[in-house]
Design a protein around this ligand. Structure first.
Ligand code: SAM
Ligand code: DTB
Ligand code: SF4
Length: 335
């Protein structure tokens, strides 16, 4: 079984053997930890500079008041959380934040909006932000909710490099978490992004109360996309007061590391991003995630509305580990 698992990073001849299924991903979860880490590190080394980490900074350009009911999210208007509703930020504030992110060493600037789906005038405004952030010499990413026909093309024309839209969890568990948009809605948006020639950033959240089988189900969905996403954020739930998931039990940290390792094995060339939840992690746990094949982080003192490690803390950790920021490359699709 081990040999089968490790051979999956090379495209196989027939589509059937190339696809992952819950059984084959669960088999990875069930490997002894040292064996799993060895496989993940082998794949990582074959496909990446193992000492390099890609740095993305986040800015919430439109905070709160979202009509969706994602039960982890402090920005949903359905829950009484510390987040207040705000309007779309003006362009100059966005550019100021982008300049600061670049000065701190970020390579990519990701702008997030708490919309179900953007309206035409929203896309016009965000396209201008993308154009000007790109002109600063940063890679650009946005996450704006569900896209309609033509919107991804408009963003692409403005210079958008990545669109983030997560599947969040497995199709089976999804209905426990969100009722206001379907799994298929998400797949449709991802297809629009892919067809417009924009790189796909798509991952999920663990620690929602899902089972291991459901975590495997998420990985199967991501890894079987053809091609799989260029960036895969793995978020650990940030429990925000007032959300339905505020009292969810923590996931075993080693199960989180296993999930990173399995994302690495099943999607060899992707950037696996150690995403939300780092503030609550020890340096040692983050180190295990890097050893398991994570090679990207959200870099900056805030995620969208919640905290993230201070720049100086990340710089200290990178120095202790001998890690460096990866070279910025012109984004290219892998096969
Ligand atoms: N509103 C847009 C959407 O949902 O498509 C874009 C922004 S939304 C906040 C982006 C992603 O952040 C979600 O899909 C989810 O994976 C992640 N996220 C949101 N709240 C989180 C939390 N409390 N903990 C961990 N991840 C979270
Ligand atoms: C992703 O997968 N995680 C980021 C980004 N994509 C947009 C968002 C994390 C949000 C955590 C909760 C908050 O700060 O509001
Ligand atoms: Fe809205 Fe996105 Fe939060 Fe869901 S995750 S409630 S769509 S901002």
């Amino acid at each position: 079984m081990d040999a089968v698992a490790i051979s999956r990073h090379e495209p196989a001849v027939t589509p059937d053997t190339r696809r992952w299924n819950v059984k084959s991903v669960l088999a990875l979860y069930e490997l002894p930890f040292p064996e799993l880490m060895y496989q993940a590190q082998t794949v990582h080394r074959e496909n990446h500079d193992i000492n390099a980490v890609q740095l993305s900074s986040l800015l919430s350009i439109k905070t709160g008041g979202c009509p969706e009911d994602c039960s982890y999210c402090p920005q949903s208007s359905r829950y009484d959380t510390p987040v207040e509703k705000e309007e779309l930020l003006p362009l100059d504030e966005v550019l100021q934040a982008a300049r600061e992110a670049k000065a701190s060493g970020a390579q990519r600037f990701c702008m997030g909006a708490a919309w179900r789906s953007p309206k035409a005038h929203h896309i016009d405004a965000v396209a201008e932000m993308v154009r000007q952030v790109k002109a600063l010499g940063l890679e650009t990413c946005v996450t704006l909710g569900m896209l309609k026909e033509g919107q991804a093309e408009q963003l692409k024309a403005a210079g958008l490099d990545y669109y983030n839209h997560n599947l969040d969890t497995s199709p089976e568990f999804y209905g426990e978490i969100i009722s206001t948009r379907t799994y298929q809605d998400r797949l449709d948006t991802l297809e629009r992004v892919r067809n417009a020639g924009v790189n796909v950033c798509c991952g999920g959240i663990v620690g929602l109360g899902e089972s291991r089988r459901e975590r495997a189900g998420l990985i199967v969905q991501l890894a079987n996309m053809s091609p799989y996403p260029e960036s895969v954020p793995i978020n650990n739930l940030v429990k925000v007061e007032g959300t339905p998931l505020q009292d969810t039990a923590d996931i075993d940290p080693l199960e989180f590391v296993r999930t990173i390792a399995i994302a690495r094995i099943t999607m060899p060339k992707t950037h696996v991003r150690l995403s939300a939840g780092r503030e609550a992690m020890s340096d040692t746990l983050q180190t295990l995630c890097f050893l398991a094949g994570a090679n990207s982080i959200f870099y900056g003192e805030k995620l969208l509305t919640t905290g993230n490690p201070q720049f100086v803390e990340d710089q200290k950790l990178f120095d202790r580990l001998g890690l460096h920021a990866s070279q910025q490359q012109a984004p290219a699709h892998h096969g």
